[in-house]
Design a protein around this ligand. Sequence first.
Ligand SMILES: Cc1cc2nc3c(=O)[nH]c(=O)nc-3n(C[C@H](O)[C@H](O)[C@H](O)COP(=O)(O)OP(=O)(O)OC[C@H]3O[C@@H](n4cnc5c(N)ncnc54)[C@H](O)[C@@H]3O)c2cc1C
Length: 260
Amino acid sequence: MFTFKNFFVASTIEEAYDELIKNKKNVLLGGTSYLRMGNTNYNTAIDISNVSEIDKIIEKEDSFEIGAMVSFREIETNELLFNYFPVLSHAVEDIVGVQLRNNVRVGATVFTKHGFSDLITALLCLDSYVVLYKGGVLKLEEFLKEKQTRKDILTKIIIKKEKLKSSFQCVRKSKADYSILNLAISKNEKGEVRISVGARPGKAVLAYETMEHISKGFDKKAASEIIRRELIFDTNMRGSKEYRELLSMALLEKALMEVE
Ligand SMILES: Cc1cc2nc3c(=O)[nH]c(=O)nc-3n(C[C@H](O)[C@H](O)[C@H](O)COP(=O)(O)OP(=O)(O)OC[C@H]3O[C@@H](n4cnc5c(N)ncnc54)[C@H](O)[C@@H]3O)c2cc1C
């Protein structure tokens, strides 16, 4: 369990940021599910749950905005979001149980860029952007590529509206375990395809070569060979590199059947 000396309740993101940069050992609190698994002693814990608007999913004319403190359960059950992007709900609906999904937050998840994340993989197959308090708006893909961790606060995710078909696929050893591999695909009305693969076990990436081949009408078998060659897979305690390579082919074929 993590501990802290002081507790600071921020009423604006600016207040939270000013507190965050005061000390290296100050920490922002999301749902704290992940923080509670560690044993770190922090100086000040910063609570942003009172900041207005960041716990909401807002539909705009051309986009959806998902606040940093929106829970996975809200992503799973929000009907407006589901109508456009069911892939997000499908990505989180099997994560552990309702109690955990009520607690874990979107901002903490995307900011920490964990390779095992199911939500990040689903967001990456959409036209998604992160909004950082200091860093401004960045394409999610560019944000994920950054190696250094910023001292910043993720305030919201923006997803540009598109009419598309999508699919989320993953394999877990047991229901409460992390994905051994996950894959999300979207196909818009122009026939453009985006394929993201996560838990390789590295961070989610887009499979550009495979996307290009599928957009040109290549068959599923050829595409699955390309994805296996194109992406870097590795071994960890959940699965071997070779197993992940084979899974990527199988999950791609399954996802393509769904969107077609
Ligand atoms: C038991 C367990 C099982 C899980 N299984 C899965 C799974 O199968 N698939 C999956 O995708 N995920 C899984 N997760 C991860 C989960 O989905 C979340 O990504 C993770 O818990 C972080 O969310 P949180 O709200 O708990 O963050 P916290 O623990 O509150 O914070 C995590 C980190 O993010 C920082 N932070 C919080 N908010 C912000 C912000 N707005 N801006 C910048 N930094 C911020 C915190 O300072 C901290 O360093 C699991 C988590 C747990 C605890």
